[in-house]
Design a protein around this ligand. Sequence first.
Ligand SMILES: *[C@@H]1O[C@H](CO)[C@@H](O)[C@H](O)[C@H]1NC(C)=O
Ligand SMILES: *[C@@H]1O[C@H](CO)[C@@H](O)[C@H](O)[C@H]1NC(C)=O
Ligand SMILES: *[C@@H]1O[C@H](CO)[C@@H](O)[C@H](O)[C@H]1NC(C)=O
Ligand SMILES: *[C@@H]1O[C@H](CO)[C@@H](O)[C@H](O)[C@H]1NC(C)=O
Ligand SMILES: *[C@@H]1O[C@H](CO)[C@@H](O)[C@H](O)[C@H]1NC(C)=O
Ligand SMILES: *[C@@H]1O[C@H](CO)[C@@H](O)[C@H](O)[C@H]1NC(C)=O
Ligand SMILES: *[C@@H]1O[C@H](CO)[C@@H](O)[C@H](O)[C@H]1NC(C)=O
Ligand SMILES: *[C@@H]1O[C@H](CO)[C@@H](O)[C@H](O)[C@H]1NC(C)=O
Ligand SMILES: *[C@@H]1O[C@H](CO)[C@@H](O)[C@H](O)[C@H]1NC(C)=O
Ligand SMILES: *[C@@H]1O[C@H](CO)[C@@H](O)[C@H](O)[C@H]1NC(C)=O
Length: 579
Amino acid sequence: MKVSNSSSSSSSGGTEPIGQNLIKLISNLCFSFFVFSVLIFTVIAITYQPPDPWLQSAPALTQLFTRPENATFQIDTSIIKTGEDITPSPQDPSLPFPPPSSAAATVTEASIEKIEDKISNSTTSIPSAACSSGEITAGTLNCSDPRVLIAVQRFNLRAFKSIVFFEYQIPVNGSASNECDVAWRFRNKKEKSWRKYRDFRRFKIGITDDCRYKVVHAGGWHSGGNARRNPARATVPGGKGKTLPRLSNNSNRDDEINDTIPTLGSQVNFRNGKYLYYSRGGDYCKGMNHYMWSFLCGLGEAMYLNRTFVMDLSMCLAATYNPSNKDEEGKDFRYYFDFEHLKEEASIVEEGEFLKDWKKWDRTHLKKRKVPVKKVLSHKVTPIQLKKDKSTIIWRQFDAPEPENYWYRVCEGQAAKYIQRPWHALWKSKRLMNIVTEISGRMDWDFDAVHVVRGEKAERKDLWPHLDSDTSPDALVEKLKGMVRPWRNLYIATNEPFYNYFDKLRSNYKVHLLDDYKELWGNTSEWYNETSLLNNGKPVEFDGYMRVAVDTEVFYRGTTRVETFYNLTKDCKDGVKTC
Ligand SMILES: *[C@@H]1O[C@H](CO)[C@@H](O)[C@H](O)[C@H]1NC(C)=O
Ligand SMILES: *[C@@H]1O[C@H](CO)[C@@H](O)[C@H](O)[C@H]1NC(C)=O
Ligand SMILES: *[C@@H]1O[C@H](CO)[C@@H](O)[C@H](O)[C@H]1NC(C)=O
Ligand SMILES: *[C@@H]1O[C@H](CO)[C@@H](O)[C@H](O)[C@H]1NC(C)=O
Ligand SMILES: *[C@@H]1O[C@H](CO)[C@@H](O)[C@H](O)[C@H]1NC(C)=O
Ligand SMILES: *[C@@H]1O[C@H](CO)[C@@H](O)[C@H](O)[C@H]1NC(C)=O
Ligand SMILES: *[C@@H]1O[C@H](CO)[C@@H](O)[C@H](O)[C@H]1NC(C)=O
Ligand SMILES: *[C@@H]1O[C@H](CO)[C@@H](O)[C@H](O)[C@H]1NC(C)=O
Ligand SMILES: *[C@@H]1O[C@H](CO)[C@@H](O)[C@H](O)[C@H]1NC(C)=O
Ligand SMILES: *[C@@H]1O[C@H](CO)[C@@H](O)[C@H](O)[C@H]1NC(C)=O
């Protein structure tokens, strides 16, 4: 019997584990064997988990596994959380101290005054002709004059109250003689992670009556193209291996994102390395939540074993997220997640690089110097059992039929006590987050948000009897009245495909929907340019998962947040009788 096999694998001795009794009981209720063994083990696993974004909704998680026809994660298009959403907020007073790099360089009124004092005597004054005319004439404005930067810094502090500014660069010329382009790094005060973003804007500079510089006009997000990083730095450093496609010299890519695939280097003795290699399993082409749950299990095991994790950057996006409604292969991990951050947090190597170096080593060395490999055929071999293994490569293979071939099963049972999923290593793609930042920025970081779940759930009256009516336009107008003040910016995160569905709210609020910002991923956008580079120059589709990720993150940044479940409707998030 499969059930007793799999359950006894979780028990350390001969005593009958509680899990097994439970399984027996449940299978008597004529539910699927597999699903419930998965369910039980996962619940056991979860009890040992450190802070985990899905822990907060344990009933939701069990629901994920209780689809008898499919022992996999139910696609949930609601909130998708990653590492940065669960780390303590930078405003959290319980934090012992902020990371040193963040606090020190903050630009405040006080720091501006300090610099102002220092320069007031040392630099030549603004030409008096300019002062009297109040205008900047051709050739008189020197953008690298520190007083220009001071004017811009003051302006920014006034204009963007919820932003913390760091590290300004010396302004450079804009396109006209009275313009300067300025770059800086910043973080929104509401940001859950310490991640900084980069902006560079074009400012039109004028002169005040008392002969100081002032900002007359400020351009929008990323308008100051001349202030991007020196393009020379964007060239790919020498050395072997796969790097991002090289950019042409006049490209103005923001090289803040370093997505390059690391290489092992020719000097490294491959045989002396320690790798954990998971071959593709049943997780491929499943939902993104399933992917994360599995990937972090593998990465967690690698960390536990002090090994480098071999990762496949080529993903398959499940049909539910694709406008084509088909599973799509060949999606790059970097479209969705922050590979740069992952590289910093974990020891990883890209599968292609790894296989190449492995083959090369075996080709150039004698038989007895070949790379030692330990093949592991079943997820029932625990990480603890592999701890002593000295092989260069531990190769877990997942060839059993579903659901025995899911990566996350390695982390079930006993293993859950030792392996922690490294959620902190998995952040959303910075390219997506730049879109989130831009949308929030366009609403001046001052908006309320409502999450309206409709779609499939609204149609399933058996599971969500009131959802459809509770999210009807009239009900929304009524309910929001009590929660959001009139004429506020209202961002609606939703899976309702009909754009005009929310029109009734427009007579009370300034309504914003994701599709209002289409140009941010359209063919003239930075996102489009940058993702095409990851895709050998071919355009990348802004797919359903990206939409949900951006929609949700903007929602998180709202001042007042209204959720569908608990706020708009009394139906339970996961169907009747689940709350
Ligand atoms: C799994 O679930 C999906 C969506 O719920 C469904 O389309 C598919 O047919 C299911 N697969 C099996 C094997 O039942
Ligand atoms: C700048 O000049 C003023 C007087 O013009 C003087 O009081 C002040 O100390 C000077 N500051 C510096 C930093 O030299
Ligand atoms: C910037 O503009 C000023 C005058 O407008 C000019 O003197 C200077 O050479 C320009 N600098 C660069 C780097 O083009
Ligand atoms: C602009 O100002 C900077 C700093 O004060 C100075 O070093 C530079 O020589 C000036 N450039 C011109 C063209 O005046
Ligand atoms: C880019 O610049 C390098 C030197 O800076 C030059 O050798 C190369 O030809 C340039 N490439 C293009 C496409 O302009
Ligand atoms: C990008 O990161 C890799 C390490 O992952 C580093 O070796 C490389 O120098 C970085 N490139 C740039 C341009 O910073
Ligand atoms: C991994 O390294 C840490 C410290 O370097 C050590 O405490 C731990 O025992 C090592 N784990 C294994 C499985 O070797
Ligand atoms: C961008 O898309 C629009 C409409 O989708 C199309 O008309 C235009 O030609 C496209 N531009 C480029 C540069 O591909
Ligand atoms: C995208 O690339 C095209 C062609 O290289 C360029 O003309 C355009 O300015 C770029 N757009 C952005 C927003 O960087
Ligand atoms: C939504 O519901 C939660 C939980 O009941 C509550 O804490 C929160 O204040 C509600 N939000 C609004 C905007 O009323």
